[in-house]
Design a protein around this ligand. Structure first.
Ligand code: NDP
Length: 353
């Protein structure tokens, strides 16, 4: 049984060598009388939150650290190859927490979700129909309180969560702008996901000016007189990166705007988080800024699944994955998230069947 194990706790940016290949033996049978399942892992999800599980725990995190010398654990899509649990039988496809290894013994499979629809690619359950999808759904519809015609800005917009938030916002009739870290990603936002505007934040020395170019009333009156751009600023900011981007966005928020604080990836590898300088604007602009964790919203999964799958089948929602082949490619794929190497949702294929 090939595995990817955490070598030791990590500080600063994670490196490929922080995770190493290893081998164990595993019986592909559940112990007599247990409710465990044995899974054959097919697709693994690389997610930014996994970085926080590489820290040595100081008790402040919302999630347990990984154990050095043990395989990483994350979301994945797997096939049941043996089961002592009444809800699962051999041959079932499931998604949920599994090990970064060929096969996993899951002692308590209660949180695994049985895959009901296989008319979409199974890998979709690592992203658009899995954890990232529910995050986009609850983050946008529940946390942002969106209304038709509002002006939405999304950072890390071409990633797993961002690409879906943007499409949900377009479906509702919002005006949508996204930022991403390369020309290729900006093209995707505009030409594949249907964003109204997008820019490459790495080429913008002044993020405030970049946002103004897309959101400022005065700029657009002055330069082209068109009303198609944000007239007075941003109603909704879907926050994925934090740091300097958050500061620039605060300057461009409209009164009574909403910020869904989904993640702040620019801060995850810093020893000391950057300060936010413009927080006073939350007061003066009467902004509602709300953090959320997807774990609190899995009761909405069935509703989310029906809605999103239907839109995928009707081609009203599209999806881009970045697929790395083979378990041994998983460390590089995970590390790549923090350098923006992934174009779309980062998935690792362990086996296709
Ligand atoms: P993505 O697929 O968007 O991948 C991460 C992307 O973040 C990279 O591709 C890169 O894109 C961008 N990025 C990396 N480092 C930086 C940086 N220093 N500054 C700006 N951008 C950076 O990831 P997800 O869609 O899976 O996750 C997006 C966010 O949502 C993350 O913050 C994550 O932690 C959060 N999240 C929160 C959940 C919750 O329950 N609250 C659940 C799931 C995700 P680029 O090239 O554009 O820079």
């Amino acid at each position: 049984n090939k595995q990817i194990v955490l070598r030791d706790y990590v500080s600063g940016f994670p490196k490929e060598t922080d995770m190493v290949p290893s081998k164990t033996t595993l019986k592909l049978k559940v112990p007599e009388g247990s409710k465990a399942v044995v899974l054959k892992n097919l697709y693994l999800s690389c997610d930014p939150y996994m970085r926080s599980r590489m820290n040595k725990s100081d008790g402040s995190s919302y999630i347990h650290s990984f154990t050095p010398g043990s395989p990483l654990v994350g979301y994945g899509v797997s096939k049941v190859v043996d089961s002592g649990h009444p809800d699962f039988k051999n041959g079932d496809y499931v998604w949920g927490m599994t090990g970064w290894e060929d096969y996993s013994l899951i002692e308590n499979p209660d949180s695994l979700i049985k895959i009901k629809y296989t008319d979409v690619p199974l890998s979709y359950y690592t992203g658009i129909l899995g954890m990232a999808g529910v995050t986009a759904y609850v983050g946008f519809y529940e946390i942002c309180s969106p209304k038709k015609g509002e002006y939405v800005f999304i950072s890390a917009a071409s990633g797993a969560v961002g690409q879906l938030v943007g499409q949900f916002a377009k479906l509702l009739g919002c005006y949508v702008v996204g930022s991403a870290g390369s020309k290729e990603k900006v093209d995707l936002l505009k030409n594949k996901f249907g964003f109204d505007e997008a820019f490459n934040y790495k080429e913008e020395p002044d993020l405030n000016a970049a946002l103004k170019r897309h959101v400022s009333y005065l700029y657009n009156i002055y330069f082209d007189g068109l009303k198609k751009y944000f007239p007075e600023g941003i109603d909704i900011y879907f926050e994925n990166v934090g740091g300097k981007m958050l500061d620039a966005v605060l300057l461009n928020m409209r009164n009574h705007g909403r910020i869904a604080a989904c993640g702040m990836i620019s801060q995850y590898n810093l020893e000391k988080p950057e300060g936010v300088h413009n927080l006073l604007l939350v007061v003066t602009k009467r902004i509602r800024m709300q953090g959320f964790l997807v774990f609190d919203y899995y009761h909405m999964y069935p509703k989310f699944l029906e809605f999103t799958r239907q839109h995928i089948l009707e081609n009203k929602i599209v999806y881009v994955e970045d697929v790395a082949e083979g378990l041994e490619s998983a460390p590089a794929a995970l590390v790549g998230l923090f350098a923006g190497r992934n174009v779309g949702k980062q998935v690792v294929v362990v086996a296709r069947e």
